[in-house]
Design a protein around this ligand. Structure first.
Ligand code: DAH
Length: 315
C-alpha cells in the first residue's frame, strides 16, 4: 500500500494539473477534466484507506517495568504548526511594537454599548445596520470589527495622557459578520485596530504610521493614497489604499483598500472621559486576512478557516 505521504504528494501534483485546463482548446477541456476527476477520486480513496490502515496499525506496548533509559529517544508527536494568519499577525504586531505601540487583546463576545453607543452610532441610526452583526439569545454581539475595543483602550490608558503622555495601542482580534461567504468575504476574519491620542495628534502622523506599517510588512516602498469614507466614530473618516506592487502581480494601476481610519470623533473621546478640547486622536482598523492574501498571492479568503491541511502545510 502507498504511504500517506506519497498519496498526499500525488494529490498535490494532481491538483496543480487543473490549472492547465484553461490553456487547452475548449473541446479538449471536458475530457481532460473528467480524467483528472477520476484520478483524484482514486487517490482520495487510497488516502482514506492508507489513513485507516495507519490508525489500525498495532501500537507497540510500552513496558512500564523497564528501567528508564535516558539515552532512549523520547517519543515525539507532531504537534502541528502555527496557523499562517497568526504567524503574519505576529509580524504585524512586531512592526507596531517597534513603532512604540502597546498591544491589547480583543474579545470575541461584546455588547451593544461597545459595538455601537461608545462609537457614536446614534440609537436607531441606519449606520448600525451597515454592520451585519450576529446576536446571541442574550443580546450579546460577536464583534463585527475591532473598533468595539476603542472605548476599553481609551479608558485603560487614559492616565498616560497626564504630563504630556500619549495613548498608543493596537488591538488584534477575531471578528464576525453575517456575510455570504465567497472568495473575498468570510463570516469570520481577523482585524487589527490602532488607537493613538495625544495633545497634538495629527492626520499626518496617522498617514506616517500606516505607510510605515505597509512598507515594512511588504518589504518595499509603496504608493499610497486616501479617499473619503464614513464611520460614525471618526471625523473626518478616510479609507487608506495602497497601489498593488508590481512584485505582487500589480500592473501599476490597481488600488487596494486596506483599512478605514480617521481622526477620533470628539464624542468617542468624551464618552471615554477624555477631554476632546485638550486631546486629539486618530484610529484605524483593517483586515489581516486581506493583507496576508496579497503577500502570498492567495485568491480565496475561505481557505484560512477551511481547516484544509494541504493549504496550511504550504506555509
Ligand atoms: N471598524 C471599521 C470597519 O471594520 C474600520 C475602521 C474605520 C476602524 C475607522 C477605525 C477607524 O478605527 O477609525 O469597517
Amino acid at each position: 500500500m502507498l504511504s500517506v505521504e506519497k498519496i498526499k504528494s500525488d494529490l498535490k501534483a494532481l491538483n496543480a494539473e487543473y490549472a492547465k485546463i484553461k490553456d487547452l482548446p475548449p473541446e479538449k477541456r471536458g475530457e481532460f477534466g473528467r480524467e483528472l476527476n477520476k484520478k483524484r477520486a482514486e487517490l482520495e480513496k487510497a488516502l482514506q484507506a492508507a489513513l485507516d490502515a495507519e490508525q489500525d496499525a498495532e501500537v507497540e506496548p510500552l513496558d512500564e517495568t523497564a528501567p528508564s533509559a535516558p539515552n532512549r529517544a523520547i517519543p515525539r508527536f507532531n504537534l502541528g504548526s502555527k496557523h499562517p494568519l497568526m504567524t503574519e499577525l505576529n509580524r504585524v504586531l512586531s512592526i507596531y511594537s517597534h513603532m512604540g505601540f502597546d498591544i491589547m487583546e480583543a474579545r470575541q463576545l461584546d455588547d451593544e454599548f461597545h459595538m455601537f453607543d461608545s462609537l457614536n452610532f446614534p440609537a436607531g441610526h441606519p449606520a448600525r445596520d451597515g454592520y451585519d452583526t450576529f446576536r446571541t439569545a442574550e443580546n450579546f454581539i460577536p464583534p463585527a470589527h475591532t473598533s468595539t475595543m476603542q472605548y476599553r483602550a481609551l479608558t485603560r490608558y487614559k492616565d498616560e495622557l497626564k504630563n504630556g503622555g500619549k495613548i498608543a495601542v493596537v488591538i488584534p482580534g477575531r471578528v464576525f459578520r453575517n456575510e455570504d461567504a465567497d472568495a473575498t468575504h468570510e463570516h469570520t476574519f481577523y482585524q487589527c485596530e490602532g488607537v493613538f491620542v495625544s495633545e497634538d495628534a495629527t492626520m499626518g502622523q496617522m498617514l506616517g504610521v500606516l505607510k510605515t506599517l505597509f512598507e515594512t510588512y511588504y518589504g518595499q516602498k509603496l504608493n499610497t493614497k486616501t479617499q473619503p469614507g464614513f464611520f460614525p466614530f471618526t471625523e473626518p473618516s478616510l479609507e487608506f489604499l495602497i497601489e498593488k506592487p508590481k512584485s505582487l502581480g500589480g500592473k501599476g494601476d490597481g488600488w487596494l483598500e486596506m483599512l478605514g481610519c480617521g481622526m477620533i470623533h470628539p464624542n468617542v473621546l468624551e464618552t471615554a472621559g477624555i477631554d476632546p478640547e485638550k486631546y486629539k486622536g486618530f484610529a484605524w482598523g483593517g483586515g489581516i486576512d486581506r493583507l496576508v492574501m496579497l503577500k502570498y498571492g492567495l485568491t480565496d479568503i475561505r481557505y484560512f478557516e477551511s481547516g484544509k491541511l494541504e493549504f496550511l502545510e504550504e506555509f
